[in-house]
Write a protein that binds this ligand. Structure first.
Ligand code: GSH
Length: 171
């Protein structure tokens, strides 16, 4: 991502409480732009960081969902996939964190985060894909409380090893 101009990400914001199964839904499709997240979800954090870097704190309402006690209305009324993040905008709800980074960057005000140059853009896409594979590989066993296999451990280590250094995080 290109360097974001201005101190948009340092805006102080009072974070809303996470909504659970007994919480009322927000007035969905009332024209408000809403980003549904879970504070602890690394995928949701991507979209949340993008919103903040663009300085959209006042234009994109944050709705935190408690995934341990997920409200039924989230899947029924907001996003049928039931995952976070999702973005309610222009009477539609979109998901998939990497798509949302691109969507928020190109459809909202604020500093452009992704490069316009085709080669740089391709590099950004490769970085996204690599970071995504890494997060998924690390997060899936954590979520399912499964043991990390030796194969996965080796793969993660290979991603953490700096090519020109023997003192990277894997050593
Ligand atoms: N590929 C999706 C993955 C999103 C995802 O798996 N989010 C998890 C939380 S980290 C989720 O919403 N899980 C549904 C649940 O826990 O009920 C993306 O990148 O947006």
């Amino acid at each position: 991502m290109a360097a974001a101009a201005g101190p948009s990400s340092s805006v102080k914001e009072t974070l809303p409480p996470a909504l659970g199964s007994t919480s009322q839904p927000p007035p969905v499709f009332d024209g408000t732009t809403r980003l549904y997240i879970c504070y602890f979800c690394p995928f949701a954090q991507r979209a949340w960081v993008t919103r903040n870097l663009k300085g959209l704190q006042d234009k994109m309402e944050l709705v935190a969902i408690d995934l341990q006690d997920k409200p039924a209305w989230y899947k029924d009324k907001v996003y049928a996939q039931g995952t976070v993040p999702s973005l309610e905008h222009d009477s539609e709800v979109r998901g998939e964190s990497l798509d949302l980074i691109r969507y928020i960057d190109s459809n909202f005000d604020g500093p452009a985060l992704l490069p316009e140059d085709a080669a740089k853009r391709q590099f950004a896409d490769e970085l996204f894909a690599s970071a995504n594979a890494f997060t998924k590989a690390l997060y899936s066993p954590l979520l399912s409380h499964a043991a990390v296999s030796d194969e996965l451990r080796l793969w993660i280590n290979s991603k953490l090893t700096y090519p020109s250094s023997t003192t990277g995080p894997s050593s």
